[in-house]
Design a protein. Sequence first.
Length: 474
Amino acid sequence: MLLAVLARFSGLTKASIWHDEGFSVMLSSRDWLEIWAGSARDVHPPLYYELLHGWSLIFGSSSFVLRALSAVCGVIVVGLGYLVTLRISKRHNIAALAGLLLALNPFLVRYSQEARMYGVLGVFVLIAMLGLIRIVINSKDRLGYLLYILGISAGLYTHYFMALVVISFWIYVISIYFVATKSKLGSIKLLTNWRWWLANIVALALFMPWVGNMIKQFTRAQGLGWLPKANLGTYHDTIWQFFTFTDAHKIWEVAYWVVPVVLIVATIYATHQDKTKQHLVRMLGLFCFVPIALAISVSLVKPIFHERYFVFVVLGLCIILAFCISDIYKKHLYVAVLAAAILILSQLVGLRNVNSQAGHRMDSVMGRLTQGFMPGDQVIAGELYVYFDGSFYNDTQSPLFLYTGNGRPNGFGESGLINDEGLYLDSYSQISSGRVWLLGKTGSHSYYDQIPSSWVLLESYTAGYSEIRLYQIQ
């Protein structure tokens, strides 16, 4: 647990708040009902923003505090992962190895350092999994059903891909009903147990108040246009991201294609070695690969896949790899030790990559604005992508306007937060005199090209991939 704390809290604020986090902060700063309504205009459900709102009321709203909610959840999932592994294996050494892999996994660390919902989702996923494990072992376990209902309903209110987790759980429950073990222990009749059905109905009923908003969000499909379609390399890219947090195409090509396949083989091996009646390792395998397989399949036609939406899958992969290494250890000691060493070393390289890629510097850029700002200056964001993080660091007491000369947003998705606030600037000609600060990204962009000739550039400041320019209108 100490490793988990150190990995997640060291460098927590090395990178400044970025676009998505800025949106989280702006939405969570509103009251409870406004958060519900604001989420309805976006693409995600509201629970994370509600939790962040309560968290910031108690602890404050610095970047460290805002990210600390995810970091704390990132530590909690290590503990929960240990408990899941121990509950399945009943062996502390396997649980300890799983905990070590979870503590040092770069993908888990990276998204435990971001003010978004992915770390929180992991907590709810593992709570639901613990509940399912208890139910499978004892179909009358009331605490198990309570944990399952809480985890599923809260998970759905946090991220819609929790539904993929539910599908994997149901496939597992169906499999242990129809497939008897070779030891002739028989199948588990959870599928026909009224308590199981009631638990799922209750979890769904708790989510029903949001279903109308969810349908509207899906109908609009707002905010997914930036995602590419999946291809044959999507799975391989994802696995390399999970364990090394690097551009997979820079890796030796043979390793690029082979290692993710080896992971599937390792999962099959660990599943085959599980001779218990409950076949809980099978549940872990389905949990790891069913959500990814479904999302990639859909994304071949309609893109919905992004690696960060599957942070929860890494939890299962780390646990199942601990089982696999333990099984190999029984017969091939040196092979198991070598496999564990390579895996841990890869994750340490990934942690280095996480640290080296923390290069967003909106705090520095907006700090230059604060230093040079004079009363009467106007501040404009050239695009929506710099608006929310720019707003977070805007200490000038002057409103940040959004330049919409290339067309206004439709008021849904992220723009729903500012659509009715009178913050759009449709043309630079609306500002006739004075000084103007223009916030944007580095490089060539239309909002720079459209600057009127009467605007004289006084200075520019760049940090990371953000830039701010000061103009004097003649």
